[in-house]
Design a binder for this molecule. Structure first.
Ligand SMILES: [Zn+2]
Length: 394
C-alpha cells in the first residue's frame, strides 16, 4: 500500500514499524460545539483506512483523542454560564452519536486529554530538566531554537510560521517568550479556570503537549500513522514532533503523516468562524446515513471540495442501486470475475486511499450485476461496500 506522507511530500510504500501491527493516532475534536460535515469527512476516511487495515489482517491500535481542556471550551462554557466538563461531555456524546449513525467504528482507544495529565507533567518535567523548555511568568514554554528541525513537517519558513501561528491562536507577542515561535507547554490557570497540580504551580496544559502525551501513553514512543485535518499541520503537529522527539530521543515520532483536506461550502472553507456549517445531525434527519457516507467518500481525502446538496441526491440513488443489487440473490457464478473486482478495488484503496476510484469499481460491478443475476458478484459487492463502511440489509 502507498500513502502520501506530508513529511516527505511523496507517496511512500507503507511498512509499519512492527510486522502486521499498525499504531495510528488521529487528532480528535474539541467538544464545545456540534459535529459538522468537515469532521465527518475526516473521520470517515480514517474509518475506511482502519477497516481496510483490519480487513488486510493488521492488528490496528487506533487512538483518537478528545481535547476536553482548551481555551475554546473554557470560553464557550463561560459564555453559556455552564461548567466546562458538562459542556465537553455533552458535545462528545453528540459527536459519538452522529458518527455511530454514520457507521464509523469506535477507535481502539477514545481518550480524553484530562486523563493524561500525569503523562503531560512527566514530559514537561524532562524537557525543563534538559533545558529544552523554560519557565517564565508561571508558564512553561518549549524553546523552538533547541529543535533545529522545527518546520520539517510544514516546510514553512520563519515568517510563514509566525503568520500562521498568530492566525491559529498562538500569542506571538507574549513578552515572556524568548522566541516568538516558542509555544506553551503549561500555563497558569486564571482564578475561575480548572487547574491541576504541577511542579510549576496550579495550572493547565497547552494544546500541543496533550496529543504528544496521549500518543506516548496509548501508543508508545514512535507510531506508524498520524492523521488530522490539514489545518493542524502547523503549529499543532509541528510542535508535537518537537516535544515528543525531544522527550523520547527517538525520531521520527511518526512514520506517515496523513492530512485530510478542508471542506468548502458557499465558496469558502466550512468553518465555525464563517458560520457556513452543515451539521451532520441536520442531514441525518433527511438523508440515509449510507448516502451521506458515500457522498463524503466520493471525494479523495486530500482534495479540497465544495459540498453540494445535489451530490447527496445522486449518492442517494447510488445507495438505492447497491441495496437493490444486494437484496436479490441469483445463481452462483465464476470466481474469476470476483478476483478481478477485488483486485481492482484493493489497488484503488492501496493507492493513497483512492476511494473515488474504488467507487468506480463498485459502479462497474453493479453494471455487471445488472447484466445477469450472479450471486458471487453480489457477495463481492457486499464485501466491498462493507469495507467502505456502508451498511445494507439482505
Ligand atoms: Zn492533536
Amino acid at each position: 500500500m502507498k500513502l502520501f506522507n506530508s513529511l516527505t511530500q511523496t507517496k511512500e510504500y507503507f511498512e509499519p514499524l512492527k510486522r502486521k501491527q499498525v499504531l495510528m493516532y488521529v487528532c480528535g475534536i474539541t467538544p464545545y460545539d456540534t459535529t459538522h460535515l468537515g469532521h465527518a469527512f475526516l473521520y470517515i476516511h480514517f474509518d475506511v483506512l482502519f477497516r481496510y487495515l483490519n480487513f488486510r489482517a493488521f492488528k490496528v491500535n487506533y487512538t483518537q483523542n478528545v481535547t476536553d481542556i482548551d481555551d475554546s471550551i473554557l470560553e464557550k462554557a463561560k459564555e453559556l454560564k455552564t461548567d466546562w466538563q458538562s459542556l465537553g461531555d455533552f458535545w462528545t456524546k453528540q459527536f459519538l452519536e452522529d458518527l455511530d449513525k454514520l457507521n464509523v467504528l469506535r477507535p481502539t482507544h477514545f481518550v480524553k486529554a484530562t486523563d493524561s495529565i500525569t503523562k503531560i507533567v512527566e514530559i514537561i518535567k524532562k524537557l525543563v530538566k534538559e533545558d529544552l523548555a523554560y519557565i517564565k511568568g508561571g508558564n512553561v514554554y518549549y524553546e523552538v531554537s533547541k529543535f533545529p528541525n522545527y518546520g520539517k513537517l510544514s516546510h514553512f519558513n520563519r515568517n510563514q510560521m509566525l503568520l500562521i501561528a498568530g492566525e491559529r491562536g498562538a500569542n506571538i507577542k507574549d513578552p515572556n517568550k524568548r522566541n516568538q515561535l516558542d509555544f506553551i507547554l503549561w500555563q497558569n490557570s486564571k482564578i475561575d479556570e480548572p487547574s491541576w497540580d504541577s511542579p510549576w504551580g496550579k495550572g493547565r496544559p497547552g494544546w500541543h503537549i496533550e496529543c504528544s502525551a496521549m500518543i506516548n501513553q496509548y501508543l508508545g514512543d514512535q507510531i506508524d500513522i498520524h492523521g488530522g485535518g490539514r489545518d493542524l499541520i502547523f503549529p499543532h503537529h509541528e510542535s508535537e514532533i518537537a516535544q515528543s522527539e525531544s522527550f523520547t530521543k527517538k525520531s521520527p515520532l511518526v512514520k506517515y503523516w496523513m492530512h485530510a483536506s478542508m471542506l468548502m461550502y458557499q465558496g469558502e472553507k466550512m468553518s465555525k468562524s464563517l458560520g457556513n456549517l452543515v451539521m451532520v445531525s441536520d442531514l441525518l434527519k433527511k438523508y440515509d446515513p449510507n448516502a451521506i457516507r458515500l457522498n463524503l467518500l466520493s471525494h479523495h481525502y486530500r482534495m479540497p471540495w465544495e459540498f453540494d446538496i445535489k451530490e447527496l441526491e445522486q449518492a442517494t440513488k447510488f445507495v438505492g442501486r447497491i441495496q437493490k443489487a444486494i437484496s436479490k440473490l441469483g445463481p452462483r457464478g465464476s470466481t474469476e470475475k470476483i478476483n478481478y473486482f477485488n483486485t481492482k478495488f484493493n489497488m484503488a484503496i492501496e493507492d493513497d486511499l483512492d476511494i473515488p476510484e474504488a467507487l468506480n469499481v463498485i459502479k462497474e460491478l453493479l453494471d455487471k450485476i445488472d447484466q445477469g443475476q450472479d450471486e458471487q458478484l453480489k457477495l463481492t459487492l457486499k464485501l466491498l461496500v462493507s469495507i467502505l463502511g456502508l451498511k445494507f440489509i439482505n
